[in-house]
Design a binder for this molecule. Sequence first.
Ligand SMILES: [Zn+2]
Length: 238
Amino acid sequence: MSSAAAYFCIAAVITAIFATVIPAQAADPRGRASTEIAERMKTSREGYERLLAAYEEQLKIQIAEYARRKKLYQDGELAEVYVRMAVRDVVRTRTNITEIQRWILEDDLALTEAVARTAPPLGKGGYEDSALLVRYNGQTAWSVSDAGKIESFFLARFGRALPVSARGQTAAHDRMGFDHHNAMDVALYPDSEEGRAVMQYLKQSGIPFIAFRGKIAGSATGAHIHIGKPSLRLASPR
Ligand SMILES: [Zn+2]
């Protein structure tokens, strides 16, 4: 595929994504069944995956072009500025790829939480450990501004930063009309040593959480620990 053809391919994919996502965003999400939200998320995810594939194709072409120009420059047949331009193109495409990969991860996490809406609410102080999730309805009034204590605990215990994947509201939560302002997602498998330690800390501190084992929606990347009350309430549509 030529560079121009790759460009038009990406433009077509972007147009297709907006055609599917924008009408869904404009509609009032209140009162919709979670299955409909899940369908909408799947649609946007497929769009992202098509876009990702198009960018990866473009990256291959740009890397080849960089190598070609570098050779010409080394042979004294091309000015260095053209090599730098090729490097800039590669960097830009790699940045775009990283961003789309982040969107896909955010969607996976948000979709996992959307599907969990079907679970009946837990009583005060209630605890449940099922095949799909572990959840605890702690009664400490936790807010996202208290995240530092959990982060300090994790750093002291494991010598690395807590892998926070969503601090408060993300674009994926906006798209689904979920209020995630006062919650934090941590990219840890509940059944890992680190995941178990975090859950134990939260329970001892009375902090509510839902730990997803990632078996919901057939997505292994959906595994994470949601800290704070469940983000079940649908926020005002934007
Ligand atoms: Zn969450």
